[in-house]
Design a protein around this ligand. Structure first.
Ligand SMILES: C[S@@+](CC[C@H](N)C(=O)[O-])C[C@H]1O[C@@H](n2cnc3c(N)ncnc32)[C@H](O)[C@@H]1O
Length: 178
């Protein structure tokens, strides 16, 4: 395992990136949020779908990088914000994101517990064990989410699909509004 002082793991497997985008089905006219956009690993292929992207990132160095990378792409809006507090759209939106594991629960609460069900669907890369717990829907909270949203694991994503590789495998978690 490589040293990784920042604790950030970037998705590096192109096949996984393609599967996430294809699964989301997003296209022109859709509003898509990439939470924790990093250097734009998912933002770039998402922009190629013709959808409107909000690339949300907390780290100022990544924000500068994203602003440079997407300066000539009017459909990409880079938002320097914390995903735990950034206001969510009131119009329908989708999420395609490889998120920081530490805030997975907070983000799912924000997306799935709000009264306004403007989340159409999400394709998320999350920690494998977390995904298993969510789809099992054994708690009152996750059971409530399951009543409103279909939650399933599309596939296991091995740790070697990231650079540097994390200690644990991940999952492609699919969420769809019922
Ligand atoms: C796992 S990395 C994924 C980066 C990129 N999406 C990829 O797949 O390669 C998570 C990213 O989320 C950012 N991040 C961490 N905590 C955040 C927060 N609370 N709000 C917004 N971004 C955050 C990190 O700076 C990092 O760029």
């Amino acid at each position: 395992m490589l040293p990784n002082p920042s604790g950030v793991h970037f998705l590096s497997a192109h096949a996984v990136i393609r599967q996430l985008i294809r699964s989301s089905g997003v296209g022109p006219g859709d509003l898509v949020i990439d939470f924790g956009a990093g250097p734009g690993t998912l933002t770039a292929p998402l922009a190629a779908t013709g959808s409107r992207i909000l690339a949300i990132e907390r780290d100022p160095a990544f924000v500068r990088k994203l602003n440079r990378r997407f300066a000539d792409q009017p459909l990409v809006k880079v938002v320097h914000a914390d995903l735990r507090t950034v206001p969510l759209p009131s119009r329908d939106f989708s999420v395609v994101a490889s998120i920081p594991y530490a805030v997975s629960t907070v983000l799912l609460r924000r997306l799935l517990s709000r009264p306004r069900r403007s989340l159409v669907g999400a394709d998320l890369v999350v920690e494998w064990g977390f995904a298993r717990r969510i789809v099992a829907a054994r708690t009152t909270e996750t059971a409530k989410w399951a009543a409103k949203y279909e939650l399933r694991i599309a596939r296991r994503i091995p740790a070697n699909c990231f650079r540097p590789a994390p200690r644990v495998d991940s999952a492609h978690l699919v969420i769809r509004r019922r």
